[in-house]
Design a protein. Sequence first.
Length: 171
Amino acid sequence: MIFVNAQGGPEKVSVPADPHDSEMINDIRRLQSRIEADPEDREAMLQLANRLYDVQFFDRAAVVYEKYLKLEPGNLDARVDLGTSYFQMSFTDTARHESLQRLAETTFLEAVEVNPRHQLANFNLGIVHLHKGDMAGAREWFERCVSIDPGSEAAKRARDLLNQHIQDNPS
């Protein structure tokens, strides 16, 4: 399954980044030190959340995104990444699977309420509905995604998912 994150590209669930990469670990430590020195360093906080997301430490990334969004509630890209973190966490936390999926959906909806044309939020809402088996809802969100910017990578992926899953299963 592929998600598009607000950092700029597709996220392939099956191909994790190497969390033991020394450069990435050093970068994470450096960012944590910056935040310890200045707990309101928004730039470092967002970079840290993104690095943790990149190495698929979704639970830790979510905590940092939440703190960041308290300081910068209008950053819709970070909100979408938070939603994607929740959604990814739902696959490994079976006890909270459904609540994390609902939280992901709510987080994407918050972004769409502020900006109905946020393409990645629309795309990811399509993914959530597809995963729930709600083909009508998935179709609606994927079609919205495509209508926003038909030439984008997100629109291409939405069309592919529509053709692959929805056309044969229109319920």
